[in-house]
Design a protein around this ligand. Structure first.
Ligand SMILES: Nc1ncnc2c1ncn2[C@@H]1O[C@H](COP(=O)(O)OP(=O)(O)OP(=O)(O)O)[C@@H](O)[C@H]1O
Ligand SMILES: O=C(O)c1ccc[n+]([C@@H]2O[C@H](COP(=O)([O-])O)[C@@H](O)[C@H]2O)c1
Length: 227
């Protein structure tokens, strides 16, 4: 049993939410969409896991601008005022590419009794079948997909469509009946924010951005990032 009913329609889900990312920089689209997932599913805890080397961002035009340590420092700042977020640095401590399968195996060992909910945006779902051992990933966690502007299920490849026809559920209770293997779409929030746009904005304005926590803007300013 991984959930407790409190009152009509209110659940505490004892599972753990996980949001992995490049976080270059972390922005309100990350934190607010993850908070919306926590509210919707009743999750009390979300691990923010900065990637050391994000596997799909190794070509020169995609490689992160800030160092792994700077990206992680910004994630730690974002966690400071939150009751549900904590920053997990395990990918920074591992060498090589930050494969999600390795992270989930470690987390499952650490939390054998709890279901894991890996949160991704729609852009990540579009290429999910290219992730390292994606089927094994689904044997260790549920996937929770946040919709994002400009990314639609209409352009999913056939493999992902098949995956969805086998694994998608619209029933939150079903997530708590299974330990892993379900894909759930969270449509509660829609944030037209990306790190790319924020970096472009900062490069021109060298100032603050409304989609960043003020404390993150300060860190960026102090460290002269994204100029
Ligand atoms: N605005 C958003 N709403 C929902 N999910 C998001 C949003 N921005 C990013 N995500 C998701 O958060 C995870 C980490 O994203 P990432 O750190 O790459 O941010 P990004 O804004 O997509 O960055 P970039 O523009 O540099 O590619 C991914 O699964 C991504 O889909
Ligand atoms: O394991 C993989 O093959 C894999 C491929 C692409 C992305 N991921 C993970 O997905 C999360 C979001 O990635 P990104 O590149 O959008 O920041 C982050 O935790 C990455 O490590 C993982």
């Amino acid at each position: 049993m991984t959930s407790k009913k409190l009152s009509a329609g209110t659940y505490i889900n004892e599972g753990i939410g996980i949001l992995g990312g490049t976080f270059d920089p972390i922005h309100l689209g990350h934190t607010q969409s993850a908070e919306a997932v926590a509210n919707e599913l009743g999750l009390q805890e979300i691990l923010l896991i900065p990637a050391h080397i994000p596997p799909h961002k190794v070509s020169p035009e995609l490689v992160p601008h800030a160092s792994a340590e700077q990206r992680a420092a910004m994630v730690e700042i974002a966690c400071q005022k939150s009751n549900i977020f904590s920053c997990d640095l395990r990918e920074l401590k591992r060498s090589g590419h930050s494969y999600t399968i390795d992270t989930l195996k470690e987390l499952k060992q650490q939390y054998p009794e709890q279901s894991l909910y890996f949160i991704i945006g729609m852009d990540s779902l579009l290429n999910f079948t290219t992730w390292h051992q994606y089927q094994e990933i689904l044997s260790l966690c549920h996937l929770v997909v946040n919709t994002r502007p400009n990314y639609s299920v209409d352009v999913l490849n056939d493999e992902t469509k098949t995956l969805l026809s086998n694994c998608q559920t619209t029933d939150i209770r079903e997530l708590t009946l299974f330990d892993s293997g379900k894909i759930f779409f969270s449509n509660k929030c829609f944030f037209d924010i990306s790190s790319t746009h924020i970096r472009q904005h900062l490069a021109h304005k060298k100032g603050y951005n409304q989609h960043l926590l003020p404390s993150i803007s300060e860190f960026i300013h102090k460290n002269k990032l994204y100029r």
